[in-house]
Ligand binder design. Structure first.
Ligand SMILES: *Cc1c(COP(=O)(O)O)cnc(C)c1O
Length: 455
């Protein structure tokens, strides 16, 4: 390959960091190792490949590009315009969208942008309650969305399924301007059409925040909200395996005239992202979004998405087979939620597993009597292990390791906990072995190359 000026800059950058700032370099190196050596079953984790990382670290970051392609407030945007257009085109293709905004700095800003594009302070929104699996930005009291708008919330029924009847009743009672759906710990398919029908009935808009299931939607393994909802938002770093950032997408309602009678819904969103909420876009992140979206267009991504599903099913089955209560009895996506057994809480389970580098997170389950920092449940997700190339056989192994830890954890009188040394050593060794056999996509080349370059 011809020598690349960008490639030289990136590798010299790593060498220079190591030489000039060993303190920071060591921290980053340790973090890199931690990622490669731990088994992440955190449902919101994804993982980037080395090419996405390289894009994020490239010199395009230096361009200030306020505005949109072709209409910037600065000169020098010829390439970033093309990069942004490429990201938009790829997102349209991946999701079958008619309008895409790739500038939101994160999914939270994407949600705020949609709300700000349409609503005035004091108007009513209806979102899933934080407790039951909604997100902070769907109207939680501690979030701007709950502070600016009058937020009502719906939840799940005893089976852990969205209570569409309650949703409909609340919509008719409160006549919200916007209904928000999309969740953080929901294991069943979301019926976007049903939510849209409720919204149409009361004259509300629908925002589908598919952050958690965006990869499955892209692969056609979950119904798409693009045309069912007026607005679809997602982050790009969870199931899309891209950089930190957000997207706003619209389907058939993009060109519908908004209530000002002048601008379309898409135009309202466009001006809400900039200049209403954000300043200059993170052009390096937009470039990395383009790269991640390009990977989603590769047929190999469908295989990965199918593995995400198969692995989640296998995790649920293996845990159920060991006597664990799986919330909802199983899963339709990448998330498995289970009740922690006797004596333990979600928090103690999370801490015990982390002693062996198995990463999970505590999560409330339907009807939970414990608070959000304690919880009676643990949430698992199959995104990262699937990215490593693990399959159902390895999920069986993960379930066995989780069970071993949870059956041996010793709670100490001072509130701490520990594991018998042999258990801890055995499980940690198994985790290491699994991680070595199924490396993350950015450790495929052994780290030796940096050794030889740093002279
Ligand atoms: C993680 C998550 C977000 C937040 O994403 P950020 O990019 O960190 O703002 C928003 N909505 C849902 C449903 C999420 O799961």
């Amino acid at each position: 390959m011809k020598e690349s000026a960008l490639g030289r800059c990136l590798s010299e950058g790593v060498d220079k960091l190591r030489r000039d700032d060993p303190l920071l370099f060591d921290l980053l190196e340790s973090e890199h190792r931690r990622q490669t050596e731990s088994l992440s079953l955190v449902a919101s984790s994804g993982g980037t490949d080395a090419s996405v990382l390289a894009v994020t670290g490239s010199s395009i970051v230096n361009v200030t590009a306020e505005g949109y392609p072709g209409r910037r407030y600065h000169a020098g945007c010829r390439h970033v315009d093309q990069v942004e257009e490429l990201a938009i085109e790829r997102a349209k293709q991946v999701f079958g969208a008619r309008y895409v905004n790739v500038q939101p700095h994160c999914a939270s800003f994407a949600n705020h942008s949609v709300m700000q594009s349409l609503l005035r302070p004091g108007e009513t929104i209806l979102g899933m309650s934080l407790d039951q699996g909604g997100h902070l930005t769907h109207g939680a009291e501690v979030n701007l969305s709950g502070r600016l708008f009058k937020a009502h919330t719906y939840g799940v029924d005893d089976e852990g399924v969205i209570d569409y009847r309650q949703l409909g009743d609340l919509a008719r009672a409160h006549r919200p301007r916007l209904i928000v759906c999309g969740t953080t710990s929901y294991t069943r398919l979301i019926d976007f059409d049903r939510i849209r029908a409720i919204a149409d009935d009361v004259g509300a808009y629908v925002l589908a925040d598919v952050t958690h299931i965006a990869g499955l939607v892209a692969a056609g393994l979950h119904p798409s909200p693009i045309d069912a909802a007026h607005f679809t938002t997602t982050c790009t770093f969870k199931q899309l395996y891209g950089p930190r950032g957000g997207l706003i997408m619209m389907g058939r309602d993009a060109d519908v005239l908004s209530d000002d009678g002048v601008r379309t819904l898409a135009q309202r969103v466009q001006s809400a992202v900039f200049p209403l909420l954000q300043g200059s876009p993170e052009v390096h992140t937009i470039a990395a979004k383009a790269r991640a979206l390009g990977r989603l267009l590769d047929p190999a991504f469908r295989d990965l998405a199918r593995r995400i599903r198969a692995n989640a099913d296998a995790l649920a089955r293996s845990l159920a087979g060991r006597g664990y209560e799986i919330v909802g009895g199983g899963t339709d996506n990448h998330i498995v939620l289970f009740r922690v057994p006797g004596g333990l809480t979600g928090a103690t389970a999370e801490r015990a597993l982390e002693l062996c580098d198995i990463l999970v997170n505590k999560n409330k389950i339907p009807g939970d009597t414990r608070g959000a920092t304690t919880t009676s449940g643990v949430r698992l997700g199959s995104n990262s292990v699937s990215l490593r190339g693990m399959g159902p056989a390895e999920m069986e192994r993960c379930a066995e390791l989780i069970d071993t830890v949870l059956t041996h954890v010793v709670l100490l009188p001072d509130g701490g906990l520990t594991l018998p040394d042999p258990v801890r050593e055995r499980v940690t060794a198994s985790v290491r072995e699994l991680c070595r056999a199924f490396p993350l996509p950015y450790e495929a080349e052994p780290a030796a190359s940096t050794e030889t370059r740093a002279g």
